[in-house]
Design a binder for this molecule. Sequence first.
Ligand code: NAD
Ligand code: ZN
Length: 343
Amino acid sequence: MLPDNILFSSDPTNDLLAILQKKNYSQVVVLTDENCRRHCYPLLERSLPPHRVIEVKSGEEQKNLDTCSFIWQAMTEQALDRHAVLIVLGGGVLGDMGGFCAATYKRGIDFILVPTTLLAQVDASIGGKLGVDFQHLKNHIGVFQVPVMTLLYSGFLKTLPAGELRSGYAEVIKHTLISDRAMWDVILQKPFADQDWDTLVRHSVAFKARVTTEDPTEKGLRKILNAGHTIGHAVESYLLGGNRRILHGEAVALGLVAEGYIAQVRGMLPEADFQQLYRYILSVYGKVALTEEDIESATALTLQDKKNKGNRILCVLQEGIGNARWDCEISPEAVKEALRFYR
Ligand code: NAD
Ligand code: ZN
């Protein structure tokens, strides 16, 4: 059962209008960036009641308190009262930051998320984590708060650059690998470009919503969502530090293979399943070129993962396909061996 603040829409224009009419807001403001204004806003604009638009520049570099100040300033200049609503139209950067601005403006006004990237639809807009980066620390400042509504429309994905689609796809793969073998078999039938996004988004959202509803503050079950991220995030951060940025999804894909490799060595994931996982991910993402020095340094970073306890590296390991276990301790040697396999 989906929470009642998540709506799959085939007609976002009318559905958004219906939500707004029901709530009778005093003012309506849309927050977006230049790409979403061009590609997504025209779809909603016609049916919205009189409203203002706040436009910020796109990109993770904008996800900081300076941009929040700009947004709070615009909200203040427009004299938004506590009965106003902020509609956040954009990817995960805007969702996290816009939601945070709404949740803190005058101690909190309503906000509606209209996620326009695959990553934002299946991941960032579900689960109530909001916030911004601070002094190079990702998502360092933030709050938990859920939107009045998350409106999901897969049609927005048509204008998304292929790289962004591929990046979000890694989270879809992750959700499937840890929850549903039958769906994994469906995914394997089609190359990335031919996937049925409507079905995949619904499936992924239902899973993430269930997990985050059951364990909103990450005491147990929610940790399963870190699959692929312990090793993937370490490699992503290490490469970013050396100005070799890779897409988050590429890093997660690499992490899923590396952690899958460790699960296979431990006998938790049958070899045939691992090989299938590996070959599929390779077909979508290719390999990330890593030197021995990269592997050493990225492994050192896994020790700093904020989900660890003490000096132990804790990660999620597949238990077959469709199931996974969190808080599995792995050694730095195992991480290195897994990364050597996938370079
Ligand atoms: P993004 O928001 O930067 O969007 C990617 C790019 O696509 C941007 O340039 C954007 O302008 C453009 N774009 C968006 N929608 C478009 C469309 N329909 N057509 C054409 N262009 C479009 O990146 P993202 O991958 O969506 O989100 C990444 C962020 O999400 C990160 O900051 C990450 O921390 C956050 N995140 C949050 C959570 C959470 O639980 N809150 C989970 C995962 C990720
Ligand atoms: Zn992720």
